[in-house]
Design a protein around this ligand. Structure first.
Ligand SMILES: Cc1cc2nc3c(=O)[nH]c(=O)nc-3n(C[C@H](O)[C@H](O)[C@H](O)COP(=O)(O)OP(=O)(O)OC[C@H]3O[C@@H](n4cnc5c(N)ncnc54)[C@H](O)[C@@H]3O)c2cc1C
Length: 287
């Protein structure tokens, strides 16, 4: 049985921060509840206060200003997938959101919940990493902006303090000539958590790869940028030989992070193939 708790529904960020502060670490934020309710049911979470952030208008907006796209933490995956702004300026993110779970999960689950749950398999995190996204975090102590990659301590663990609220995710609008793609591998087509995912963005200049960013999900303890493969590919021609060599750098990084495991003989060739698939898919899409 789930132990009793108080349920609060703040209407403003300020009110939410007050409630979080007053609860002295004994509260949990709820957005869509698609991760939290599982934790409540199996006894991993037993907060005294649950703070529902879905009625805070500011967290439910997608906005654009001075070349920066800002996405409220309570925006659902369905909203991300259908947003014309996200499709235009961060398509890799809307593509990933459209593949999450089922329509029901996408209608409830939020970008903020996906990030703060910090699953190695969270589908929005590799795309946000290649977009160089930052999180806006607010509390009674003030506001801080954190590069997303600095938010994660380990699987299912972030650096957020119990009284902090993620309010927005922001990133520079991706220039229209940048290619991008997100590919994932799961056991079944629907409702399965990704066993592996790859997000890429890059630019092509005179037939060569420039400004490339690569991130993987599910194969390392937290989603990670693949900096060695990025460095290798910069200035290289768009050919299979370059992709092959870079794919080895991706699998080497995966092994250096996760160690050799019984699954490595499967995961190594598959992550290499998935990376190459991501590069080809990005090339096939209209720039
Ligand atoms: C059947 C099923 C299928 C799924 N499939 C996928 C999938 O394919 N891909 C995938 O990535 N995920 C999947 N998930 C996981 C889940 O749906 C996502 O992680 C979702 O985005 C979580 O968002 P939420 O709003 O429901 O989070 P919640 O459950 O409300 O919250 C999750 C955690 O984040 C905290 N939190 C939420 N919002 C904030 C905030 N703004 N600031 C601070 N802390 C916050 C909560 O306190 C809690 O600890 C699936 C889940 C289910 C049940």
């Amino acid at each position: 049985m789930i132990p009793p708790f108080e349920y609060k529904i703040p209407k403003t960020i300020e009110e939410a921060c007050d409630l979080l502060w007053q609860a002295e670490g004994k509260s949990k934020i709820i957005a869509g509840g698609t991760d939290l309710v599982i934790g409540l049911r199996n006894g991993d979470q037993s907060p005294q206060v649950i703070i529902d952030i879905t009625r805070i208008e500011e967290l439910r907006k997608i906005g654009e200003m001075n070349g920066v796209l800002s996405i409220g933490a309570a925006i659902t995956h369905s909203e991300l997938a259908s947003s014309s702004w996200v499709k235009k300026y961060g398509k890799v993110l809307s593509d990933a959101a459209s593949e999450i779970g089922s329509p029901q999960v996408r209608n409830l689950g939020t970008i903020g919940g996906n990030i703060i749950n910090a699953s190695p398999a969270a589908d929005t995190i590799p795309p946000l990493m290649v977009l160089n996204a930052m999180g806006r975090v607010v509390s009674k102590e003030g506001e801080r902006q954190v590069p997303l990659y600095q938010l994660f301590k380990g699987p299912y663990e972030t650096n957020l303090k119990p009284y902090e609220l993620l309010t927005q995710v922001i990133f520079l609008k991706l220039p229209s000539d940048m290619r991008s793609s997100f590919v994932r591998l799961a056991r079944r087509e629907a409702m399965a958590i990704a066993r592996m995912s790859v997000a890429v963005v890059f630019q092509i200049e005179r037939g060569k790869i420039e400004d490339i960013r690569i991130a993987v999900g599910s194969v390392t303890p937290t989603p990670q940028r693949m900096l060695e493969a990025e460095t290798f590919l910069k200035g290289k021609p768009l050919d299979e030989a370059s992709f092959q060599k870079a794919s080895h750098k991706v699998s080497e990084k995966m092994i250096s992070q996760s160690g050799i495991r019984p699954t490595t003989s499967y995961k190594k060739p598959v992550v290499e193939a998935l990376f190459i698939r991501a590069m080809r898919k990005a090339l096939e899409e209209q720039a």
